[in-house]
Design a protein around this ligand. Structure first.
Ligand code: FDA
Length: 400
């Protein structure tokens, strides 16, 4: 079998793998990156609606979920959002802040991929596409890796940067978890995150007319206090349940069997507004009055669900208050999520207790590194997941 010697073999030419390759290459290491996809950085290409929300100005430890929430801090502090931004600017990529500190390319996510592949070239990194791994073995202090093309690679460091299980259509397999298990490392429970939530058929039928309606909302968990969370962002009714940024965010904290509460009129005391409207103009229809506070289609469906029709003046205050409660604190139990098919990320992954937080190296297997989404570090929506990929890739690149 044809065999070649390397310092570093990186599996996965995504955000984390390419960043790691650049840094290791700059240190003079002989680096090869392999990926079973046809092109590098496919998730970067489709991210942020094609414009890649490449980081968040407000990135900090509080924006990440993990069994060990402090694990990510070291890498995030050593290679920050500002450091990545400097790289973007050095490459002349125009960017803008959209909202809540989220930075996007003005033109195209492809510019970020080009930036990374150009930097890899400069750092002397070899990139091999359409190539996967057949088997990995530990050979003394090195790794012997058999590739799909029948060749064998011997490497001092093996970096697993294969991401999570989300979007299997794009080649996501969860392969990195198998590698972790092969070397005796624990993998925490994994589940789809940043994902739309779904409703049971009966509720869907009632809410059918709302598909496509968006509102600003405050969405909260109601389950285990350890997973308390609340997000104020847009929410979208879909044909299958709820989506939009606030729902994607809460999905990382929600568990099956739990309800969420939704305030569909943040900052508005809907009961007070309806009672005032009743005094000022009792002749107006109840759905019209409610339609001045929330989108009209939503107002109509809520009135129908509460069996309220006719003029405000004809409806008792108690009933108006009860309806207002369903607007300010709608409690609803999703039955599930859309799953890995559409999830932006995988929650959970390689147990961070098994990894060195400075280098991402497995404590018990010198030379084996896990970076990016494959590790149990999951960011909020808004550029945090890419920042984790850049920071963890950079950290591993300093010592692999
Ligand atoms: P990533 O998944 O990027 O890369 C893994 C690579 O490994 C892939 O190239 C894959 O082909 C390869 N691979 C997998 N298994 C392999 C195997 N067995 N052999 C060889 N190669 C293998 N985040 C954010 O911060 N801002 C955003 O705007 C978005 N937007 C967004 C949109 C959509 C639709 C999705 C699905 C996700 C996002 N994300 C995001 C999340 C972000 O894309 C994600 O967190 C990072 O890409 C993770 O980077 P990694 O390098 O860890 O994995």
């Amino acid at each position: 079998m044809k065999s070649s010697d390397l310092d570093v073999l990186i599996v996965g030419a995504g955000a984390a793998g390419m960043m790691c390759a650049i840094e290791a290459g700059k240190r003079g290491r002989r680096v090869r990156v392999i990926d079973h996809a046809r092109a590098p950085g496919e998730k970067i290409r489709i991210s942020g609606g094609g414009r890649c929300n490449f980081t968040n100005l407000g990135t900090g430890g509080a924006n990440f979920l993990s069994e060990n929430p402090r694990f990510a801090l070291s890498a995030l502090k050593r290679f920050t959002q500002r450091d990545f931004l400097k790289m973007v600017e050095r490459h002349g990529i125009a960017w803008h802040e959209k909202t809540l500190g989220q930075l996007f390319c003005d033109d195209s996510a492809r510019q970020i991929i080009r930036m990374l592949t150009d930097e890899m070239k400069t750092a002397g990194v070899v990139l091999s596409l359409n190539l996967g791994v057949k088997a990995i073995a530990r050979d003394g202090e090195r790794f012997t890796v058999d590739l799909d093309d029948g060749t064998r690679v011997s490497a001092a460091s093996l970096v697993v940067a294969t991401g999570g299980k989300s979007i299997p259509k794009m080649g996501a397999t969860g392969w990195g978890y198998e590698v972790a298990r092969q070397f005796g490392l624990r993998v925490t429970e994994t589940r789809p995150a940043l994902v739309p939530l779904t409703f049971e058929p009966g509720l869907l039928e009632q809410l059918k007319p709302l598909a496509g309606v968006a509102v600003d909302a405050v969405v909260r968990t109601t389950g285990d206090k350890a997973r308390n969370a609340s997000f104020t962002e847009a929410m979208l009714f879909t044909h299958r349940g709820l989506s939009g940024p606030s729902i994607l965010q809460i999905s990382s904290y929600w568990r099956e069997g739990e309800a969420i509460t939704v305030d569909m009129a943040p900052g508005e005391d809907v009961a007070a507004r309806l009672l005032a409207a009743k005094t000022e103009n009792g002749k107006q229809a109840v759905h019209t009055a409610l339609g001045h506070i929330i989108p009209r289609r939503l107002a109509e469906v809520i009135c129908a669900r509460e069996n309220l029709s006719g003029k405000l003046a004809e409806i008792g205050d108690k009933k108006l208050r009860a309806m207002a409660e369903t607007v300010n604190a709608w409690t609803v139990k999703p039955v599930g999520s859309e799953g890995y098919r559409t999830a932006e990320v995988t929650l959970g992954g390689v147990d961070t207790a098994a990894l060195d937080q400075q280098t991402m190296e497995a404590r018990t297997v010198p030379g084996l590194f896990f970076i990016g989404e494959v590790a149990d570090v999951t960011g909020w929506l808004g550029g945090y997941n890419f920042q984790w990929a850049w920071s963890s890739g950079w950290a591993a690149g300093q010592s692999c």
